[in-house]
Design a protein around this ligand. Structure first.
Ligand code: GDP
Length: 191
């Protein structure tokens, strides 16, 4: 790994959250194959590269974005590389997470059902003020769509989540996803 975006290497805020510079743990959850790794790589490296996948253990990447009010948010992004299938490990993974991004594939109703399972898990065991986003990925495959947009909208609204459809392949709405999450984060009081 030579990326300067690996954890710790771009610690422009010294690794601490303050009122201007937030640092948050973000976890991705969802069925295997929905595009979690591709979303992260698109966001962090600006690439769509389905081959550069971590296969063992969890991978960890970070990316900082600047908001219009001159504050920054550093996302520490945890991608499980499939470990979330072991239900017993899941709480270790999302403990302490300020943000959970629950991903499904718009061509797969099974993955939408699995996303709902993860939302319930997070409601039971996650940090109570976790910011949750529901993401319908592979929006470029609209001709194969099996989950109506409205189903995502309705489910997200009922569960107090932010909803967006993305394509890691075309980059559609990937930056918007993280910007919208950043706007919804609770801010520590200024000192
Ligand atoms: P993960 O198991 O959830 O991390 O899924 P991956 O990121 O490994 O992606 C699984 C497969 O879906 C790969 O073959 C990707 O090429 C494909 N994929 C991921 N995102 C998209 C997308 O937005 N559109 C399309 N068409 N394919 C995608």
């Amino acid at each position: 790994r030579s990326s300067g975006q690996l954890a710790g290497l771009n610690s422009e805020n010294g690794g601490v959250s303050d009122a201007k510079n937030l640092r948050v743990k973000l976890v991705l959850l969802g069925d295997s194959g929905v595009g979690k790794s591709c979303i992260v790589l698109r966001f962090v490296r600006g690439q769509f590269d389905p081959t550069s996948k971590v296969t063992v253990g969890a991978s960890f990447l970070s990316q900082t974005i600047a908001l219009q009010d001159s504050t920054t948010v550093k996302f520490e992004i945890w991608d499980t590389a499939g470990q979330e299938r072991y239900a017993a490990l899941a709480p270790l993974y999302y403990r302490g997470a300020a943000v959970a991004v629950v991903v499904y594939d718009i061509t797969s109703p099974e993955s939408f059902a699995k996303a709902q399972y993860w939302v319930k898990e997070l409601q039971k065991h996650g940090n109570p003020d976790i910011v949750m986003a529901l993401v319908g990925n592979k929006a470029d495959l609209n001709e194969k769509r099996e989950v109506p947009v409205q189903d995502g909208i309705d489910y997200a609204e009922k569960n107090g989540m932010f909803f967006i459809e993305t394509s890691a392949k075309t980059a559609d709405n990937i930056n918007q996803l993280f910007e919208e999450i950043a706007k919804r984060l609770p801010r520590p009081a200024s000192s």
